[in-house]
Each structure stands twice: as structure tokens, then as C-alpha cells.
Design a protein around this ligand. Structure first.
Ligand SMILES: Nc1ncnc2c1ncn2[C@@H]1O[C@H](COP(=O)(O)OP(=O)(O)OP(=O)(O)O)[C@@H](O)[C@H]1O
Ligand SMILES: [Mg+2]
Length: 388
């Protein structure tokens, strides 16, 4: 393991109330390697004129996805600052966090209302579901339930609002909630709603969320054609570069702790323990250190040790859930061999027996809901057991 020069005096001033000191640490943002790479890839995809209409930013919990989404938002706002100052009606970038459904499926109505209100729309509660011009054959061609509803009216209001304000990018955080549908066949509606939003408005939609978002790639050809995936991964101990980057991140965070003396976590044992208890996720590390800091300040301690930190670490069961979810997502991100695609193109799909079809439909019925992890237990890597 690469050694980093120990830091005996933290850079921060220890003055201020306990709350101020905690807030100071919480607001600190490190410019770490994976964040930088994912940021560049996202900005490249957004700004390319031939780029995708949907950018899917995904990663494990606590990898810093929301932090990345905010950075993209700030960057876009600053790129268009001069134009927005001249034209107050111009809203180049809009952002929203998709709230989880309180019922069985994602609530599009609530989503459109929130987005319209964020977008400065007025009289949202006065939108009427009027029949569209030209729908003279509506008896012959029945409309979908979505078309007849208030949801459809709100969607059209949103589309026109995005067009009028010439919005270029819409960032949706926690976007895996959009795909939540109890009945798997309803998932088609969720894809349809996203597709419609991007086609009708010509807005680039950046959807940020867990690996559950990969369902889009796996199940909607129309959306996948218009999308590009940006991965914000955890630090993987099996890679030497990741190991070094993670160690230097630990050193950076300890330096930023507003304590009289920075904790000394530079030994291999300390780093291994920290890696295990964070699964290599920046956010888990930061939140953990914030809890340790709060306790140290309360007890009037100059610093905290690895034993002190152990009391505020995530429990192993929670870590297992996080690691299994992360590994499941990482596996899903692996591309398949071109030979398989060639076989499919030349020979068509493999022939299946009636028995297999029956088994398949049974499997479909028992399909996991979006975001639910596989019930497998993958081995976890550590500093000592890591592959060279
Ligand atoms: N680069 C960074 N530097 C410092 N702190 C960070 C950084 N990235 C994330 N954090 C902190 O880690 C915590 C979790 O980050 P964030 O919410 O961005 O993760 P996330 O991937 O969106 O997690 P979730 O899957 O739970 O939504 C937050 O407290 C955030 O401030
Ligand atoms: Mg988040």
C-alpha cells in the first residue's frame, strides 16, 4: 500500500460552535478521481450535438451521485450565465429529485406538478384535461388511460413550459423511483413517459440513480437507442489505482476534519478496516467521519482513533447489502461478447421448448421489482485477500 505523508495539523480552524464545525466538514467536497471522470463523461455526453437524449448516471449508494448531479447543474448554469442574465425567461437547466411512490407505482402526476412548480409555472392546479384538436376518431381509436387523464394534461403543460423557457437539460436525481411499478407490465408506461418527455421537448434528460436504472437499457430498445450510461463506481480494492486513490481520499478527509489533531489512519491495518467498513464508497466514508467528528467534539477530544471510529461504523449486515447491490450492478454493466450478437443476428434467437417457455413465464411472474438486489452472496475482497 502506498504510504502518504502523515498530517499532524488539520488545515481547518477549530474555532466556531460544534454545529459550525460539523457543518464545515459536511460541506467539504473532495475532487476525487471517479467523480472527476464521471463529471467529464457526463458533460461530454450532454454537450455533444450528436450526443444522447438521455444520460443515465448510475452507481452504488453513497458513491456521490447526488453530489455529481449538483456539480453538473452548477456547471451548466455557469456556462449559460451570460445568456440567462440577458434573458430572464431563459432557463437552460432544471433539476428535480424524484420522490418514491407512496402507492404501488411512481406518481407521474405529482412529479409533473413538482417539476412545473420548480420551473416557475403558474396556475398548476388550473390545468384542464381538454380533448386535443383532431381527435375526431377517438371513438374508433380508444385513447390510453394516460391520455385521458390529468396526468396527460400536466405532461403537455410541462412539455410546453420546457419549450417556452428553452430548457436544454433536465436533471432528475433519484430517478430509479421513476421506474417503480408493482406490475412489471406497467414498466412500459414509465419508459413511454420518459421517451415522450425527451422527444417532445428536445431536452437532454440526465437521470441519476442506483443500478436499477439499468432496466432501461435491458428492457426498452427505444430508450436505449437514445441513451448513454455514465458509471460513478465505488473504489475497488482489486485495482491498484483505486486502492491508491482511496487511500489518498482517506488522508484528505482526515486533514479536513476540524479537530486539534488529525486522526492517523495511514497504517495498512487502519486503511483495510476503513475500506471494509465503507465498501470503497466516498459517501459512506464521509458520513461515517462526520459521525465520529460529532462525537469527538461532544466529548471534547482532540482527535479520534480507529477504535473510536469503529463504534460509528455501519454494521456488517448493512455493508453486505450495499456490497451485494454494488456487485450486482457492476456485473450488469459488463458488456456482452460480440460473438453472441453475431450468433443472434445470423441464427435468430435460440429455439426454446414449450417446457422452457412455461418455466420462463413462471420466472417473469416472480421477477424482482426494480432496485431489488439478487439473492446471491458474492465473496467480498479485502486488502489482504485482494488479487494482485
Ligand atoms: N466528492 C465528495 N467529497 C466530499 N463529500 C462527498 C463527496 N461526494 C459525496 N460526498 C458526501 O457523501 C454523502 C453521500 O453523497 P451523495 O448523496 O452524493 O451520494 P449518492 O450516491 O447520491 O447516495 P444515494 O445512493 O444514497 O443517493 C453526502 O454527505 C455527500 O456530501
Ligand atoms: Mg443520491
Amino acid at each position: 500500500m502506498k504510504k502518504i505523508t502523515p498530517n499532524s495539523s488539520p488545515r481547518n480552524i477549530i474555532a466556531g460552535t460544534p454545529e459550525q464545525r460539523i457543518a464545515q466538514f459536511k460541506s467539504y467536497l473532495a475532487n476525487h478521481q471517479h467523480l472527476g471522470t464521471a463529471f467529464r463523461k457526463s458533460m461530454d455526453a450532454i454537450s455533444r450535438s450528436t450526443g444522447p437524449r438521455i444520460v443515465i448516471v448510475t452507481g452504488p449508494t453513497g458513491a456521490g451521485k447526488t453530489t455529481l448531479a449538483r456539480r453538473i447543474y452548477r456547471e451548466l448554469a455557469s456556462i449559460y450565465r451570460q445568456e440567462t442574465e440577458k434573458d430572464r425567461g431563459f432557463l437552460p437547466v432544471a433539476g428535480i429529485s424524484a420522490v418514491p411512490p407512496s402507492g404501488v407505482s411512481f406518481n407521474w402526476k405529482d412529479f409533473y406538478i413538482r417539476l412545473l412548480s420548480n420551473h416557475g409555472d403558474v396556475m398548476i392546479d388550473r390545468k384542464l384535461a381538454v380533448p386535443r384538436q383532431g381527435e375526431i376518431f377517438c371513438d374508433a381509436l380508444p385513447m390510453s388511460p394516460l391520455e385521458r387523464s390529468v396526468v396527460d394534461t400536466l405532461r403537455r403543460s410541462l412539455e410546453s413550459s420546457l419549450l417556452h423557457r428553452r430548457t436544454k437539460v433536465l436533471i432528475i436525481d433519484e430517478a430509479h423511483h421513476l421506474l417503480m411499478a408493482k406490475d412489471p407490465t406497467r414498466l412500459e408506461y414509465q419508459f413511454e413517459a420518459l421517451k415522450s418527455l425527451t422527444i417532445e421537448t428536445d431536452v437532454t434528460i440526465v437521470i441519476v440513480g442506483t443500478y436499477g436504472l439499468l432496466d432501461i437499457r435491458d428492457q426498452s430498445g427505444q430508450l436505449v437507442r437514445r441513451s448513454e450510461i455514465v458509471h460513478l463506481p465505488r473504489y475497488d480494492i482489486r485495482s491498484e489505482t483505486d486502492k491508491a486513490a482511496f487511500s489518498s481520499l482517506v488522508a484528505t478527509f482526515t486533514r479536513e476534519l476540524p479537530l486539534e489533531q488529525a486522526p492517523d489512519f495511514l497504517s495498512d491495518d487502519a486503511l483495510e478496516y476503513i475500506y471494509t467498513k465503507t465498501a470503497g464508497c466516498v459517501g459512506i466514508l464521509k458520513d461515517w467521519f462526520a459521525r465520529c467528528l460529532e462525537q469527538a467534539i461532544k466529548s471534547g477530544d482532540k482527535t479520534f482513533t480507529i477504535d473510536d471510529a469503529a463504534q460509528y461504523a455501519l454494521c456488517n449486515k448493512a455493508l453486505r447489502t450495499i456490497i451485494e447491490e454494488a456487485m450486482d450492478g457492476e456485473n450488469r454493466l459488463q458488456d456482452e461478447d460480440i460473438e453472441g450478437i453475431n450468433m443472434l443476428l445470423h441464427n435468430g434467437p435460440p429455439k426454446v421448448s414449450t417446457e422452457q417457455i412455461d418455466q420462463g413465464s413462471k420466472r417473469l411472474k416472480n421477477r424482482r421489482p426494480v432496485g431489488e438486489r439478487l439473492p446471491v452472496r458474492d465473496p467480498i475482497g479485502g486488502f489482504r485477500h485482494a488479487a494482485p
